[in-house]
Write a protein of this length. Structure first.
Length: 60
């Protein structure tokens, strides 16, 4: 998993979204925008803040 995380943007996105969704479950209301900004700005994911927000708030 470690190698995939480092080499694959798709895998990195998958695992970071999963982790941020869990963090969002334990965050105060309105935290999704802040977490989306952080997710979009880190990890070399090449996604916008709006994309990150959608990923964090969409129902599975």
């Amino acid at each position: 998993m470690g190698v995939l995380y480092l080499l694959s943007r798709r895998w990195r996105l998958r695992y970071e979204v999963e982790a941020y969704r869990e963090q969002l479950r334990h965050s105060p209301p309105g935290a999704a925008r802040v977490l989306a900004r952080v997710l979009a700005g880190k990890y070399c994911l090449r996604i916008t803040e709006d994309d990150a927000y959608r990923l964090l708030t969409e129902c599975k």
